[in-house]
Write a protein that binds this ligand. Sequence first.
Ligand SMILES: [Zn+2]
Length: 273
Amino acid sequence: MPELPEVETIKNELLPHIVGHRITGITLFWDGIVRQPSAEEFCSRLIGQEITGVARRGKYLIFSLNSGNLLIIHLKMTGSLLIGQDSSEPPKYTRAIIRLDKDTNIYFRDPRKLGVMWLVENKNAIVGKLGPEPLEADFTPQLLAQRLNNRTAPIKALLCDQGFIAGIGNMYADEALFAAGIHPLRSGKSLSPEEVEYLHHAIRQILWSAIGNKGASVDTYIRPGGELGTAHFQFQVAHYLGGKFCPVCGTPIERIPVRNRGSYFCPQCQPLP
Ligand SMILES: [Zn+2]
């Protein structure tokens, strides 16, 4: 699933192709991709609008329009947004095409059909309950400590909870916990102030580095121009496929379920106290 670094890369790479462009047409190959309003109203309200900006909040992309409305997209498990021209064949599994002026198209490709679009007046209806952005200046070790206070849930589950912190999913949660030396099943409140500092640093360092590498092309993630990201080449434990050893101590990486998600960790470097 695309996480913060993948969605941030998509935003950065879409921006120069679409901002200042006017929407001239929408083709929906599957109406279920529009969550709100009706597919018909969605199309009629979008056509003629100019895209004035693109932002990211958590794993959501937020396109601002000159009407003041917002087009919000969540790519879910397998979605990607590709840029192409009218002359190019839509990629396989294209569920929607947003046509722009100057011969530019956005293809919403999504093999599993889980991705969603909304057209809203107020973004808070969709993203209002998200937790803090981990790369913003106001996400401090103190804020993380405050939010962990009294939380009995496993730290791995908290990191993947979008209301606790926005944008992190399975891959980057495993990487951050490994870098901080924290077992995925430790409860939020059990972390010492020093561990909270390590974790805060690890989260930011890992997300920045993954953005620098344009996201991780595991599964179906591809960048808007069709290129792959290389962040997964830096992974220490995430997306372990068996037979892999800890790059620090050589112990075999283990996999345990945490709230139904496979979590990869080194039992030696991330011990349970
Ligand atoms: Zn180890």
